[in-house]
Design a protein around this ligand. Structure first.
Ligand code: SAM
Length: 282
């Protein structure tokens, strides 16, 4: 008898770098109209959602990304009532938004209904939030949705895939202009913006585009083990409220595992070289 076989999934993060995880079981592989979707049960990270070969979320580290994309903007806005999530079909961001009592409605606009269906089947801890009475799930293009919404949202969270396929438009200047128009006069938005180690060109382009539209623009970061380089960034654009004058009392009371008032402040402190390179273009 030979040794038991091992199965590994490798995300090719760049042409020259990959992250490999040992797979206990392949739960789903399908081609949707938008992307190739897979769900693996992995030894290290539990269940893992993969789109076009890129890890989106895992049981063990999902809370970091979902808490950080949500609680930084929602404690910055004094009364976040109407919230829009673009992408995020797994439901994790909606789950975190619903922790805020002020929220009366959170609308999720996800382009791919197969992602929502896979999350309902394999990630109940994320997707359960989509059944909440305050949640409204729309299957459609987030860019088209914001173009049709004027002054409708206090906070918009762009929880997208990386800029390939239908998500390319979510990283373009026209989209940020539409986001600005879809916000209330004191609204703000956050978009995930890839790795400060691997994607500084993209981050700089996004910062330049957002700076031409919003008076307050900041980059903040989080440590997310399964994303390329493990170090991730979020761009925040705000019309009035500054993210370093946030509601610390509310932040303290949230039931979180990564986010805290201290993490909120620290997340805006960039490593020297990255900060100097990205601030240089202001
Ligand atoms: N947390 C993940 C990350 O940063 O890697 C992203 C999670 S979520 C699964 C991303 C979602 O964005 C995908 O389900 C994808 O279908 C969706 N998406 C991509 N482009 C979109 C668009 N134009 N409108 C709405 N949703 C979009």
């Amino acid at each position: 008898m030979g040794e038991a076989m091992e199965f590994w999934f490798t995300e090719r993060q760049t042409d020259d770098l990959g992250l490999s995880v040992r797979v206990r079981e392949t739960l789903l592989v399908e081609q949707t109209p938008f992307q190739r979707l897979a769900v693996f049960d992995t030894v290290q990270y539990g269940r893992m959602l993969v789109l076009d070969g890129a890890i989106q979320t895992t049981d063990r580290d999902e809370f970091i990304y979902h808490e950080m994309i949500t609680h930084v903007p929602l404690t910055t806005h004094p009364r976040p009532r109407e919230v829009l999530v673009i992408g995020g079909g797994d439901g994790g961001t909606v789950r975190e938004v619903l922790r805020h009592a002020a929220v009366t409605r959170v609308r999720l606009v996800e382009i791919d209904g197969h992602v929502v269906a896979a999350a309902r089947r394999f990630f109940p801890g994320l997707s359960r939030a989509l059944d909440d009475a305050r949640a409204d799930v729309v299957i459609g293009d987030g860019a088209a949705h914001v173009r049709g919404a004027r002054g409708a949202y206090d906070v918009i969270l762009v929880d997208s895939t990386d800029p390939v396929g239908p998500a390319v438009q979510l990283f373009q200047a026209d989209f940020y202009r539409a986001v600005s128009d879809a916000l209330t006069p004191d609204g703000l938005f956050v978009a995930q913006c890839k790795s400060p180690y691997l994607d500084r060109g993209l981050i700089r382009e996004v910062l330049d585009a957002v700076r031409s539209l919003f008076p307050i623009v900041c980059l903040y970061t989080a440590v997310i083990p399964t994303y390329p380089s493990g170090f991730w960034s979020f761009v925040l654009g705000s019309k009035v409220h500054h993210p370093l004058r946030f509601d610390e009392g509310r932040a303290e009371q949230l039931k979180t595992r990564y986010y805290s008032p201290e993490i909120h402040r620290a997340a805006f402190v960039l490593p020297r070289q990255i900060g100097e390179e990205l601030i240089q273009t202001t």
